[in-house]
Ligand binder design. Structure first.
Ligand SMILES: CC(C)(COP(=O)(O)OP(=O)(O)OC[C@H]1O[C@@H](n2cnc3c(N)ncnc32)[C@H](O)[C@@H]1OP(=O)(O)O)[C@@H](O)C(=O)NCCC(=O)NCCS
Length: 253
């Protein structure tokens, strides 16, 4: 595709996605995300021509200038918009589709465990909020959204919104997804939460059983239980405060 047309559509996408963009001159001069994407196209071309060292050196210069680090081998589609940009890292084997939006601080990184394809794939129309980390060879489906500050470690289906650490789905296909089982969050603490829930359930059942037994045996009438308790409290007060100048909480105030 013609280079001028590519640049034009990149500028147009800034106007479409950032209400703060008010003139072409401003977009050309003040959007480091655009500068980084345009530089990356050159670096990627050099990398594919086996000029790897030159490509990397130039990408480091771009990083110094824009605050955005894109590995020259990363594959980037059309109309990528990186807003603000500072701190964005796009790893070597990342693949980014068309019309993707990234905010500052986003990392498309490896988990440190794999080799080969070890960075994420973002399909068309994906939106990633600021400081989100998407780690490993996972896929974020078409038009999905990743919440600011999330850490995504698993594939995300298309048309979904994920948030949290680790990220879990809150919307899918426009419908709210409610977590009913803590295991669905896939948090390292999920097992503890599940164990706590089980314990609460067990204790609740026990209290209900004991309550039933108590009512059945009619050892203590519910109303008279209060009277007995008040009597005990009165006895305690008269022992502790033989004089009658105390004010009882709830009575005198
Ligand atoms: C993820 C996001 C796109 C979701 O927006 P949305 O579809 O309007 O979703 P909602 O606001 O209805 O949130 C749905 C639930 O997710 C929670 N949530 C939303 N964003 C979250 C986030 N980043 N982290 C943790 N939880 C989040 C909300 O509290 C809400 O939970 P609740 O219903 O239990 O209270 C948005 O919250 C977001 O993070 N945008 C990024 C913005 C950004 O990066 N701006 C940078 C500007 S410089």
């Amino acid at each position: 595709m013609n280079l001028v047309r590519l640049i034009r559509e990149d500028i147009r996408c800034v106007f479409e996605r950032d209400p703060a963009a008010t003139s072409k001159a401003m977009v050309l001069l003040c959007y480091p995300g655009l500068h980084a994407v345009w530089s990356h196209r050159i670096h990627h071309w050099l990398w594919s021509r086996k000029l790897k060292l030159l490509a990397r050196v130039l990408s480091q210069i771009t990083r110094f200038w824009t605050g955005i680090e894109i590995h020259p081998e990363a594959q980037i589609g059309r109309r990528l918009f990186i807003d603000h940009g500072i701190g964005v890292v796009i790893g070597q084997t990342s693949i980014i589709g068309n019309d993707v939006t990234l905010y500052q601080g986003v990392t498309l990184g490896g988990t440190g465990k794999g080799s080969g394809k070890r960075h994420p794939t973002l399909r068309d129309g994906v939106f990633v909020g600021n400081n989100a980390n998407i780690l490993g060879d996972i896929t974020i489906g078409e038009h999905s959204r990743v919440g600011a500050g999330s850490v995504v470690l698993r594939d995300v289906p298309p048309d979904s919104t994920v948030v949290g650490v680790p990220a879990h789905i809150v919307y899918q296909g426009g419908k709210r997804v409610l977590i009913t089982d803590p295991r669905e969050i896939n948090d390292p603490l999920s097992d503890v939460i599940v164990a706590l829930c089980d314990e609460v359930k067990r204790l609740k059942a026990r209290v209900e059983r004991l309550d039933g037994e108590l009512q059945q045996s009619r050892l203590v009438e519910p109303e008279s239980a209060l009277a007995v308790e008040e009597e005990e409290r009165e006895r305690y007060r008269s022992q502790q405060y033989p004089r009658s100048d105390y004010v009882s909480m709830g009575e005198g105030i």
